[in-house]
Design a protein around this ligand. Structure first.
Ligand SMILES: Cc1cc2nc3c(=O)[nH]c(=O)nc-3n(C[C@H](O)[C@H](O)[C@H](O)COP(=O)(O)O)c2cc1C
Length: 212
């Protein structure tokens, strides 16, 4: 069985292009018998920001956690458990103001946790989530952010998420981009078709075959 954890971050619902492409990915994934999908919609069920007591909890050994620290880190425990269970992580996100939506950042701040998803030995960091694969669907209103385009320097979505996932030990990361989602209908449809083809290529490639 292969388990997918799907994380959705667009504030839009049915009109969200990133969600539409993620829907297609999830539909393809669920075709294989026994494959399971867990969904975290960061907009319909927002993740709270971490607080002072959450951070104290992160840096306190488990057997020394106070009752408030346990309460403040319980959601982080659950979200990390969901991540550990997954073989494939699917993130769908828009670009908002050249970066990721705050809803996604709130989730990241709950799952990037010392001793749980990364370790530090005083010299170097080691990701603790090896062997997983990630697919990140990113929708951009304008164009030129990808493939060395003229706006590539303003793309703080893809380099950030790639670095972050690598930091956690997830080396196999595929980005599927849909640019110009605010363009005319024909352009949007053409770009959606390209994104769908990229999803198909992912399923046809060795990455999915390895999952069995
Ligand atoms: C608050 C906000 C900020 C945005 N910032 C950018 C931006 O910096 N660059 C860009 O190209 N598009 C930007 N857009 C457009 C979205 O990236 C685009 O509409 C995208 O398709 C949204 O993803 P979705 O279709 O999954 O909802 C922004 C949209 C919103 C609502």
């Amino acid at each position: 069985m292969t388990r997918l954890l799907r994380i959705d971050a667009s504030a839009r619902s049915e009109d969200s292009v990133s969600r539409q492409i993620a829907d297609y990915f999830a539909a393809r994934f669920s075709v294989a018998p026994g494959n399971a999908i867990a969904i975290r919609d960061l907009v319909t069920a927002p993740i709270p920001h971490i607080a002072n007591v959450t951070i104290k909890g992160y840096y306190t050994p488990t057997d020394q956690l106070s009752v408030p620290m346990k309460a403040a880190t319980a959601l982080s425990d659950l979200l990390i458990h969901e991540l550990r269970e997954a073989d494939v992580l699917l993130i769908s996100t828009p670009m908002y103001n050249f970066s990721i939506p705050s809803a996604l950042k709130a989730w990241i701040d709950q799952i990037v946790r010392i001793g749980q998803t990364f370790s530090y030995d005083g010299k170097s960091f080691t990701g603790m989530l090896p062997g997983k694969r990630a697919v990140v669907v990113v929708a951009y209103g304008a164009g030129g952010y990808t493939n060395g385009g003229g706006f590539a320097a303003a793309n703080f979505v893809e380099p950030y998420l790639r670095f972050l996932l690598n930091f956690l030990g997830i080396a196999d990361v595929t980005f599927i981009s849909i640019e110009q989602t605010t363009a005319d209908h024909a352009t949007i449809e053409a770009n959606k078709r390209k994104a769908i083809a990229a999803v198909d290529a992912w399923f046809a490639g060795p990455a999915f075959a390895r999952a069995g």
